[in-house]
Design a protein around this ligand. Structure first.
Ligand SMILES: Nc1ncnc2c1ncn2[C@@H]1O[C@H](COP(=O)(O)OP(=O)(O)O)[C@@H](O)[C@H]1O
Ligand SMILES: [Mg+2]
Length: 269
């Protein structure tokens, strides 16, 4: 039975869609997992653009509008089953049905990944309620951190506390919030630190998910390390990390804990 992972934040532009596409394509291509990737950003969907699906005829909007079955909206791209969104859709939707729809197909997958909407309404709630685990994406600055705190509070209120934080677009750590500051203010472990990486821009331009576009980019490597935790595989270490007698990166320790706990009953709904 699949684990459903929601990739959330209450802010646009932090990297949710890029990271969702990257996690999914890395799980499918580098860990041999069966993955369903769903665009749950109903009012501004753009996952299709990251997965090279330009004019989808069948989308999550049609599924939620009861016009078609979830299965028939699947597009296979880069080894991942993708359900894109409709770029322009003017009717209102009951997006809280997402969980039921996913439950009809969950047994066919190892992972379902939901790329969430940043809108603080039923849109983000549909991802929160459909997920077994939530990863919140943040950038290391105060305005985004305040949104991250809001997202964490909402998830907790709904009985789905955030599993971990992904810090994205790290540019100049001396002038940005540190892992320690982010963990102390949110109380949530940081499970990945992704640098600002030109590869993200290049991959988006060519509509190829980053781990397929360039497997050895800093972005792809950190995604691969995070996936090692949720697939219960060992994390690759560099030569220096192997000879050091201690672990100096806190996110690695957090991933080791995640690796141990991810499939225990308390982690399941
Ligand atoms: N680590 C990164 N380094 C550089 N650019 C990034 C990185 N992560 C995402 N981006 C870029 O940031 C922009 C917003 O990313 P996106 O995934 O659409 O954010 P969101 O889904 O949160 O709105 C895109 O142009 C994407 O290519
Ligand atoms: Mg997005």
């Amino acid at each position: 039975m699949a684990k459903t992972l929601g990739i959330v934040s209450i802010k646009g532009g932090v990297g949710k869609t890029t990271i969702s596409a990257a996690l999914a394509s890395d799980l499918a291509n580098h860990y041999g997992k069966k993955v369903l990737l769903v665009d749950a950003n109903y009012s501004a969907p753009n996952l299709g653009l990251h997965m090279d699906i330009l004019e989808p005829e069948k989308t999550i909007h049609h599924v939620l509008d009861k016009k078609i079955q979830l299965k028939s909206a699947i597009h296979n791209k880069f080894g991942v089953d993708v359900i894109p969104g409709e770029y322009v859709y003017n009717k209102s939707l009951n997006c809280l049905k997402l969980r039921d729809k996913i439950n009809t197909i969950k047994q066919n997958y190892d992972f379902v990944i939901l790329d969430s909407s940043p809108s603080l309404n039923d849109e983000i709630l549909s991802t929160i309620l459909a997920s077994d685990a939530l990863f919140v994406v943040t950038t290391p600055d105060y305005p985004t951190l305040s949104c991250t705190l809001k997202a964490a509070k909402l998830a907790k209120q709904r009985g789905r506390p955030m599993t971990g934080i992904i810090i994205n677009k790290i540019r100049d750590p001396r002038f940005e919030l540190s892992l320690k500051e982010i963990e102390e203010s949110t109380g949530i472990p940081v499970i990945a630190r992704i640098p600002d990486d030109k590869t993200a821009v290049r991959a988006a331009f060519t509509r190829i998910p980053i781990p397929i576009y360039k497997k050895n980019s800093p972005f792809s490597k950190e995604i691969n390390r995070l996936n090692s935790a949720i697939t219960k595989n060992r994390e690759k270490k560099s030569f220096i990390q192997k000879i050091l007698p201690f672990e100096f990166r806190k996110e690695r320790i957090n991933r080791a804990i995640l690796r141990e706990n991810f499939y225990t009953p308390s982690f399941k709904k």
